[in-house]
Ligand binder design. Sequence first.
Ligand SMILES: C[S@@+](CC[C@H](N)C(=O)[O-])C[C@H]1O[C@@H](n2cnc3c(N)ncnc32)[C@H](O)[C@@H]1O
Length: 221
Amino acid sequence: MTYEATRDNVETYFDRTATKTWERLTSDAPVSGIRATVRAGRDRMRDVLIGQLPDDLTGARILDAGCGTGALSFELAARGADMVGVDISPQLVAIAEKRKPAGTRGTMSFSAGDMLNPALGTFDHIIAMDSMIYYSADDIARILDGLTPRLNDNMVFTVAPRTPLLMAMWRVGKLFPRSDRSPTMIPHQTAKIAAKTSGHVRDLTRVTSGFYISQALEYRP
Ligand SMILES: C[S@@+](CC[C@H](N)C(=O)[O-])C[C@H]1O[C@@H](n2cnc3c(N)ncnc32)[C@H](O)[C@@H]1O
């Protein structure tokens, strides 16, 4: 599948099929047991990724690539960063706009579109939490190399790791349930991604919480 085809599937999924589910998962509203473990894992992963950025973010310009409903942007803007949130789903961007807190130290601007759009400008850091989990290693390398000319410092992002459990689920089709036509999550080995990019990729922390299994990575041009 091409980068564009994957991106279009992801857009359909988040902008139509799963908008309400995603809005709820990323809120404080109660969710069922399995989703609660996913929410807890994602909260931990947000902390892991933020932990890779400098403590003082005053004036730093940061891209929240695939910002969804905006939680990461809100937190980083509170710490002084000027956030640019972009997501291929206009519906999720509208939710981020609606939830945008007032009075943060840094600024926030949200728009709908592709994270690779050069018009978004240049960044000190880029953060992409669970936004690249549906893409092939070639596509991830294309994203990293595409963002490189506009990245001053580091980029932190997540992938689904190639664990025995995830690979077994992948083989029997559990990572792409046909019922909701969700896009396929693709498990990766860090070394294979690293080999395809011009910069440096390294493993950070892996977070496992119920059905949420996600590997944090750092990329430096
Ligand atoms: C699993 S959600 C994560 C959202 C958010 N980062 C979070 O952690 O709450 C993945 C998001 O990535 C977005 N996305 C995927 N590919 C994208 C692309 N090429 N450009 C912009 N957004 C993209 C999707 O629309 C979706 O909102």
